[in-house]
Design a protein around this ligand. Structure first.
Ligand SMILES: Nc1ncnc2c1ncn2[C@@H]1O[C@H](COP(=O)(O)OP(=O)(O)OP(=O)(O)O)[C@@H](O)[C@H]1O
Ligand SMILES: [Mg+2]
Length: 232
């Protein structure tokens, strides 16, 4: 079953066309990679899917229905969620409170807060201030916040950035577990191709706002146009 269908979307910013006739279809339960050089349009893509930006052309369907009229909150309620490229938290608010915000907004019972902390491996840290967290735990908090609205489609923006190889491995285990146990669909943006390769079923490559390749990781990495985009 298809969970998300991006159909021929354009997104323009003043002076730059960040997305050009982009299409992408994601199946439920899939882990999809979205890769491309800096400034290629990856973050713009997921921010347009969640509704931070409105596309200038084309449509985005979630579970077969157009999201065009939906604001961000309606999209979150339908099951979409994302993490930010740079971890964001409020110092002085505990981990617990950070997770609680999403659950309150969506009327999710409080016991779910502990479950989420458990799922991301922050159960022993719920009373801590985010500023006390390691780089890995700060990333886990990003995911916990994204999980606090019980998403079906989780979009991760460079979740491996700044993590060591071992930390990355732990992150992979956690994400694969969420995917398997919760049947959560994941759209993974990352520059760390080694980590992407270990996680994804299929990868979409974007360059200068245009999808230039799509397929298994091994296929796209052999693609002439992809090599050119990365190596110049
Ligand atoms: N809010 C914005 N206003 C104007 N231009 C923007 C905005 N956001 C992104 N852009 C431009 O759109 C293009 C795509 O940017 P985007 O951030 O989506 O790329 P990216 O693939 O996520 O890059 P990176 O790998 O560096 O995070 C770039 O040219 C960028 O400068
Ligand atoms: Mg980005």
């Amino acid at each position: 079953m298809t969970i998300l269908e991006v159909k021929n979307i354009d997104k323009l910013f003043p002076g730059v066309k960040a997305l050009k006739d982009v299409s992408m279809t994601i199946e439920k339960g899939e882990i999809r990679g979205l890769i491309g050089p800096n400034g290629s349009g990856k973050t713009t893509m997921i921010r347009t899917i969640l509704g931070f930006y409105k596309q200038d052309k084309g449509d985005i369907l979630y579970e077969g229905e157009s999201l065009f009229k939906d604001d961000i909150w309606t999209r979150v309620n339908k099951g979409l969620s994302l993490t930010y490229q740079t971890p964001t938290y409020v110092s002085g608010l505990s981990i617990y409170r950070h997770i609680e915000l999403g659950t309150i907004a969506k009327n999710i019972p409080g016991k779910r807060i502990y479950e989420i902390a458990e799922e991301v491996g922050l159960a022993d840290n719920v009373n801590k201030d985010p500023s006390e967290l390691t780089a890995l735990s700060a990333k886990k908090l990003e995911i916990a916040k994204a999980l606090s609205t019980n998403p079906q489609l989780l979009m991760l923006d460079e979740i491996f950035a700044g993590l060591s190889f071992e930390e990355g491995e732990q992150m992979i285990d956690m994400l694969k577990n969420l995917n398997k146990e919760k049947d959560m669909t994941i759209l993974l943006i990352d520059h760390n191709l080694r980590m992407v390769k270990k996680m994804v079923n299929k990868t979409t490559v974007i360059n200068m706002g245009v999808v230039i390749a799509e397929g298994s990781f091994d296929e796209i990495i052999e693609d002439e146009e992809v090599r050119k985009a990365y190596l110049g």
